[in-house]
Design a protein around this ligand. Structure first.
Ligand code: ADE
Length: 218
């Protein structure tokens, strides 16, 4: 899979790329490119945003700047989904993550502060995604959330032993993860469910599926 992120702060993504799951799939299942709008702006002095028409606080990312960046990277034709991260977008859930992880290529557009000129959302983006019903100071964190969620769905992203029954895996019918326990088996009177210590993998599997089902129904 190939993902391009357009942002004003590409270096913000470096910690994400240095850790699992991204670090594991980078250069293999995932090619990630980080682009700065500023490198492509047709305006002088590296300008990328402007005051909103009609007045008001904050700055708005200009449509001509976003288009200049996309055209510099892709030319005139873009046969890929262009996702604008915005609090007004389609709310991200696991189904949307799976859908996006199935794409061969993907573009994420992030903006700062007051967001995009609405024409980016209307005419340039093919999709809009929100990571939740709250407003952040920019689209970088949402882009990172989406990157992490997509990267862990790519082959080889998760450790071998957890791959098959990982959270949200099809093995759990798309549900939430069952509870995990590790040593010690008893701590301050807090015990581990007997079934997990039984060594009976059939029963353990049934118990985990049931737990996952109960949690997902919450
Ligand atoms: N930009 C600011 N807030 C956001 C949110 N909740 N989701 C996506 N992009 C955003």
């Amino acid at each position: 899979m190939q993902i391009d992120v357009f942002t004003l702060i590409p270096h913000a993504f470096s910690w994400l790329t240095e850790h699992r799951p991204l670090a594991t799939v980078l250069g293999k299942e995932l090619e990630l490119r980080l682009w700065s709008y500023r490198d492509f702006t047709p305006l002088s002095g590296g300008q990328v945003d402007d005051e909103p028409y009609g007045g008001g606080a904050g700055m708005v990312l200009r449509v001509d700047v976003v288009c200049a960046a996309l055209e510099a990277v892709y030319g005139e034709t873009r046969d890929r989904r262009i996702v604008a991260l915005t609090p007004q977008g389609r709310q991200l859930d696991q189904a949307l993550v799976e859908e996006l992880a199935d794409e061969e290529s993907l573009t994420l557009l992030s903006a700062r502060f007051e967001g995009f000129d609405e024409r980016v959302v209307e005419h340039v983006a093919t999709d809009t995604v929100s990571i939740g019903p709250y407003v952040l100071s920019g689209g970088e964190l949402p882009a990172m959330v989406l990157l992490d969620a997509v990267a862990r769905r790519l082959p080889g992203a998760l450790r071998e032993e957890s791959g098959a029954m990982e959270s949200f895996s099809p093995a759990l019918d798309g549900g939430l993860e069952y509870p995990h326990y590790t040593r010690p088996p008893e701590y301050r009177g807090w015990t581990v469910p007997d079934v997990l210590l039984s060594g009976n993998h059939g029963r353990i599997d049934v118990w985990r599926r049931e737990q996952s089902r109960v949690r997902s129904a919450l």
